[in-house]
Design a binder for this molecule. Sequence first.
Ligand code: BGC
Length: 724
Amino acid sequence: MTYYAECRILALTAALAGTMTSLALAQPQPQPAPPKVEGAWMNTSLSPDERADLAIAQMTLDEKIQLVHGVGGRASTAPRSNGGVGMVAGIARLGLPDLQMADSAVGVRAAAERGRYSTLLPSNIGEAATWDPKLAFAYGKLIGRELRDQMYNVSLGGGVDITREPRNGRNFEYLGEDPVLAGKMVAQWIRGLQSQNVIGDVKHYAFNDQETGRSIGNVKLGKRTMRETDLLAFEIAVKEGQPGMVMCSYNKLNGDWACENAYLLDTLLKKTWGFPGFVISDWGGTHSTAKAALAGLDNEEPDFKFFGDALKAAVTNGEVPIERLNDMVHRIVRTEFALGIVDSPPHGRVVDPFGGAEISQRIAERGSVLLKNERGQLPLNGSGIQSIAVIGAHADTGVLSGGGSAQVDAPGTEQSRFGGAPVWFPSSPLEAIRSHAPKAKVEFNDGADPAAAAALAKAAEIAIVFVNQPTSEGRDAPTLALPYKQDELVSAVAAANPRTIVVLETGGPVAMPWIGRVSAALEIWYPGIRGAQAAANILFGDVNPSAKLPVTFPRSDSDLPHPEIPGIALMPKQPPFVRMPDFDIDYTEGLKVGYKWFDAESIEPLFPFGYGLSYTTFAYSGLKASFDGVTFTVANTGQRDGEEIVEVYAGLPAPAGEPPKRLVAWDKVALAAGESKTVTLALDPKFLSIFDERKDEWELLPGEYKIFVGGSSRKTPLTAVVRH
Ligand code: BGC
């Protein structure tokens, strides 16, 4: 048996075993020692910039060009490739390693092909629902560790496009609709990841907020809207997370492709925000040589159509100054030194599935949002229940994962295909429920026939219906409605059993026309390798839910700024898929993204941003607010220990012309039953500012600012007015 096959079997056994307590894994695979290179640039007491300059002084023109592009469309099979989606050939004589890149938004992709296991984490939207920067750090750190274990030194993850479009097929890879929450969370994700000596990125820069027509759509919006919405998330991410890379997106922005958009790449990212790292194109997102290079693109992926011989010619004939090529190379090499991939290269090791599963479960438990709990239906009392009907969504065997380049391979499967069928992971809700209610008769119905499911539900004391919405890169959900007639299924079960609990595995918000007829609902997103255990721990009360929604759940598509996804009517419905002409995506809602739209337009959402229930209750009192910060008391008024995410919103002076409120601060407070705590939170003046287009800078307007404090964007019992 080969080493890899052995590791795989160990890992699979571990992943599939219910109890992951102790298992001695095989020894790390010995790796060839990296070639020892002598040279002034290897002096670790010099700064990354000094080292990069010394290394560049040794390079030929061809070597420089080699660093600014990938090795070709089938990078995974290129010589020396580690099997990832991209590779940049290094310069061995200078000790500069190959860049081995793996997609890794929710775990390391394409591990199965290498005979490896990688941990599936809950989707990033679930991570955002924890509102917990420490968990975001742990999430990134785990991915960084597993990348290194699998011999990668570059991660492609860090998606932070704002959920403007709740039907976007990639919302599960992003961090919700608020730029401050998303930016702060991804920043910690990057810090955790890069703490493992792996280069991380944020993507897709910028405004790739829908998959429909993503490589032909031209997003149109003004500078103020740009800076205060999606770009604020990127700004926070770049400044606080300090990623080594930024990946530019497929779409156009105001007429220029994002990967050759001088405003985005050069003016803003590099000059205004001071980003010292490098910009790589999304896969196939480069459209030109000189224009892209001069606009600030530093690396073409995965090919060398524009940044290979064509760039060499452009440098030779002066169209692209050599100084710009040196700058591109400098940014790449200084990042390699700064993040330790030269001095501490990865060594292959067996991935630790136990450690990974534990972290994955903790994040799923902290990121699952309790949406409804009528008459204290939950938590269930496992020892007192006689019978439970478990229905739908393959709940007998597994939990759902997200598709596309973020897809992680399920243990025991072959590598999943891009655009293939949804992938279910071996974490069985049915088994997890059985283990919490050992004396109950727990039976399963697949939900294909609503009448049969309803019959099972009628005979049971409690019905738990699992519903799912598979989503993937490359296509949006056509509507907010659940697919596969699951609304019909839930309605039939709810009519048969008044104690019906719905568990949702969705990539983002969905409509719930049946919500008034079920007694409880729990959103678990795509919950990761221990998702079933996490869900059962919440349903049966071992874990008190604390997550809050990082996105608004609308009642229906017609309540959205764009009732239909922009451009969807233009897309060919069936083959032949001829190339479509470019089209405009006009962000007519401007600043009113997510809850800001619903607040400004006075539309009642199904569940508001920042909302989520607990098994205990919290009360707020005693707000003291100034322009610099707020102090208030939060008390646990129920019978159980719990954690409350406390949220602070601000309403700007009327002349600002802003939506009614915006999130400006939050914290997560642990409170024993009956306990109260005083919370003090600083207010960052940036988050109280508007972006002044004329001055081209952030500005704090004089006037009265309303401060709202509470447990959701629509439930803020404490208010105050402060003046500036
Ligand atoms: C995706 C990126 C991904 C890249 C490499 C692109 O299609 O948009 O997010 O990192 O492929 O797989």
